[in-house]
Design a protein around this ligand. Structure first.
Ligand SMILES: NC(=O)c1ccc[n+]([C@@H]2O[C@H](COP(=O)([O-])OP(=O)(O)OC[C@H]3O[C@@H](n4cnc5c(N)ncnc54)[C@H](O)[C@@H]3O)[C@@H](O)[C@H]2O)c1
Length: 501
C-alpha cells in the first residue's frame, strides 16, 4: 500500500506512523510547483499540435480504457485533442498507440515514472493504469502541473484516497475522476427531473447494478478485478460510479451505511462433477454451462472484435482466441479461479437531507445495465439505463379505483404518466464521450488562460463516493453500521503504513 513513508521522497503533509507529518510544501525534497508558470510546457515537444490550438495529452496506460476509449476520442476529434506522449510497459501496446497517433519515439516511454521524469509534455494527462497504480502517478502529475483525468477508483484504500485529496488541495490541482455516468444524457435527465421537482421532494432511491452473469465472470471471476488484494473490493471497483450517482441524485453527503454480501456462487464447492480446470479441456457440462468460455469468446462473439474479446488476446482469429483460452486467465473454469470478491452485495445509505437509498450490485442478472426507482413526495420515476427509458409517474389527485380480478388493487392518478426516451449512446451510454469532451473543453479554456466552469465531477465529491464504498465494505466485512462522515478523518497508520482499525 502507498503511504507517505514508502512514497519515493515522501508526500507533503501526508500521514506518517505516529501521527507526525512531513512539512507542507516538500515533495522530493523540492519546493512544490503547482502552476504552469513554474514548470512550463515543453512546447518544443509538440509544436504542431500546439499551433493547431488543440489540447495535447499524455497517456499513461495504453490498455483498454487508455487506448480504446480516451485516445480513440482524440483520433476521432483531431481538432480538439492530440495524444503526444505515451507510457506503457507493454511494448506492443505503446508502439501500436504511438503509431496510430504519430507519436515520435522520444515521447514513447516504458513507464509513467519515465514520462514524468521529463518536464510537462502536454496540457493534460490521462492516467489509465491498473487500479493500484493511480495515486502515485497522479501525485507526480499534480506536481508537474498537468490537468489530470484519473481513472477510477482513485485508490484501493481509504488512506491513499485521502492522500490524493490532501495533495490536490495544496496544489490547486485539477483532477477529474472518470465517473463517466454523470456525463450520460440518461443520468443528467434524471438529475434534471429531480431538480425540477417533478416528483416533489426526493425521499428514496432504489438502485440496482445488474452486472450481467457473463460480464461478472469475465471481469470479477477470471479477469483483472477478481481479487481485492490485486484490484479493490467489488463495491469500489464496480459500483463507485453508482455511489457517485447516488450521492449526486440525493444531493447531500452520505451519513451512514450498512451493507451485506458474499462470494456465494463462484467457489470450488459449486464446480460441476468432472469439470476440468479449463473450458477448452472437454467439460461434461459445456452444453449447458452459462460460463462456458469457448461458447462465449469464440463462438458467441465470433464476429466481435472489441471488449471483452479484445481483452483476452490481440489475435482475434478463431485459433488466436482458442490459444488465449488454453493458456490465459479467461479460459479457466469459473469454479476453479483464484477470485475472492463478493458476487452479490446490497448496501443501504442515509444522506444528510434525510434521503435513503439502497444499492444492489449483483452478478446474477441477465442484463448488463442499471435500473432505478426514485420515489418522491409527489411521484416516482422508474428508469432503465440500457433502454434509455424513464417513466415519470406523478401522484396527482387520486383518480378512480383500479380493480384487479374483482379486488381493489390500486388507486389511479388523474395525472398522466410521461415516458421519456433518452438516446442510448455507445461507451457507458454516451458517458465515455461526454466525459472526454468535458475534460478537453476544461483543459482548452485553462490553456487559453481562462477560468472554466467546474467539471460536473469534483474531486471532493469523488472522494465522498469512494468513502461510501470503503464504509460499505467495512460494514459488509465487520457486520456493523458505519459512519461515513468519520471516514474522512485522518486514518491512523501503523509503523508499516497499514491502517489501524
Ligand atoms: N471509468 C470507467 O468506467 C472504467 C471502466 C473500466 C475500467 N476502468 C478503470 O480503468 C483502469 C484501466 O483499466 P483497463 O481495463 O484499461 O486495464 P488494462 O489492463 O487494459 O490497461 C492498463 C494499462 O496500464 C499499463 N501499465 C501498467 N503499469 C504501468 C506503468 N508503470 N506505467 C504506464 N502504464 C502501465 C498496462 O500495461 C496496461 O496496458 C482501471 O483502474 C480500471 O478499473 C474504468
Amino acid at each position: 500500500m502507498l503511504t507517505a513513508d514508502n512514497f519515493p521522497g515522501g508526500v507533503p503533509g501526508s500521514y506518517r506512523a505516529g501521527g507526525a507529518r512531513l512539512p507542507l510544501g516538500n515533495f522530493h525534497g523540492q519546493a512544490i510547483c503547482s502552476t504552469r508558470e513554474v514548470l512550463p510546457l515543453d512546447t518544443m515537444a509538440n509544436d504542431a499540435a500546439q499551433q493547431a490550438g488543440c489540447v495535447t495529452l499524455a497517456l499513461i496506460g495504453a490498455g483498454n480504457r487508455g487506448a480504446d476509449v480516451y485516445a480513440r476520442y482524440a483520433l476521432q476529434h483531431p481538432s480538439e485533442a492530440r495524444v503526444v506522449a505515451v507510457a506503457d510497459p507493454d511494448p506492443g501496446r505503446r508502439e501500436r498507440l504511438a503509431q496510430a497517433h504519430g507519436i515520435p519515439a522520444a515521447h514513447v516511454f516504458a513507464s509513467w515514472e519515465e514520462l514524468f521524469a521529463r518536464p510537462r509534455l502536454a496540457d493534460g494527462v490521462i492516467i489509465a493504469t491498473p487500479d493500484r497504480m493511480h495515486v502515485e502517478p497522479a501525485l507526480r502529475a499534480l506536481e508537474l502541473g498537468y490537468d489530470i483525468l484519473l481513472e477510477k477508483p482513485i485508490a484501493p484504500t481509504r488512506a491513499e484516497t485521502l492522500l490524493l485529496s490532501e495533495a490536490a488541495a495544496r496544489h490547486d490541482g485539477h483532477i477529474t475522476v472518470a465517473h463517466v455516468l454523470r456525463y450520460t444524457p440518461f443520468f443528467s435527465t434524471l438529475k434534471g427531473l429531480i431538480d425540477e421537482g417533478r416528483i416533489g421532494r426526493l425521499m428514496t432511491i432504489d438502485h440496482i447494478e445488474n452486472i450481467g452473469y457473463w460480464h461478472f465472470a469475465h471481469s470479477y471471476v477470471r479477469g483483472n478485478w477478481r481479487r481485492a488484494d490485486e484490484a479493490s473490493p467489488m463495491i469500489l471497483a464496480k459500483a463507485c460510479h453508482d455511489l457517485d450517482i447516488l450521492r449526486w441524485l440525493a444531493g447531500a453527503p452520505c451519513l451512514r451505511v450498512a451493507s451485506f454480501g458474499h462470494l456465494s456462487h463462484f467457489r470450488a464447492e459449486n464446480r460441476p462433477q468432472g469439470a476440468p480446470d479449463r473450458c477448452t479441456d472437454g467439460c461434461p457440462v459445456e452444453a449447458t454451462c452459462p460460463f462456458n468460455a469457448v461458447a462465449f469468446y469464440v463462438d458467441g462473439l465470433a464476429e466481435h472484435a472489441g471488449w471483452p474479446v479484445s481483452v483476452i488476446t490481440a489475435d482475434l482469429s478463431r485459433e488466436g482466441r482458442l490459444a488465449a483460452l488454453r493458456t490465459g486467465p479467461y479460459g479457466r473454469c469459473v469454479y476453479a479461479c483464484d477470485n475472492d470478491v463478493a458476487d452479490h452485495q446490497v448496501a443501504v445509505f442515509e444522506f444528510a437531507n434525510g434521503v435513503t437509498a439502497t444499492l444492489t450490485v449483483t452478478a446474477f442478472s441477465e442484463e448488463n445495465t442499471r435500473t432505478l426507482k426514485l420515489m418522491g413526495t409527489g411521484g416516482e420515476i422508474v428508469a432503465h439505463l440500457e433502454s434509455g427509458e424513464i417513466e415519470v409517474r406523478p401522484f396527482g389527485r387520486p383518480g378512480a379505483l383500479v380493480a384487479s380480478e374483482g379486488r381493489t388493487a390500486a388507486i389511479g392518478s388523474r395525472l398522466p404518466r410521461e415516458t421519456i426516451r433518452v438516446p442510448a449512446g455507445a461507451g457507458h451510454a454516451g458517458g465515455d464521450e461526454g466525459l472526454m469532451r468535458a475534460f478537453i473543453d476544461y483543459a482548452r479554456i485553462r490553456k487559453a488562460g481562462g477560468r472554466p466552469q467546474a467539471m460536473l465531477t469534483s474531486l471532493a465529491e469523488s472522494i465522498e463516493s469512494h468513502l461510501m464504498a470503503f464504509a460499505a465494505e467495512e460494514s459488509r466485512t465487520r457486520g456493523t453500521v458505519v459512519d461515513v462522515a468519520n471516514q474522512a478523518a485522518a486514518p491512523r497508520l501503523d509503523a508499516a503504513g497499514g491502517e489501524l482499525g
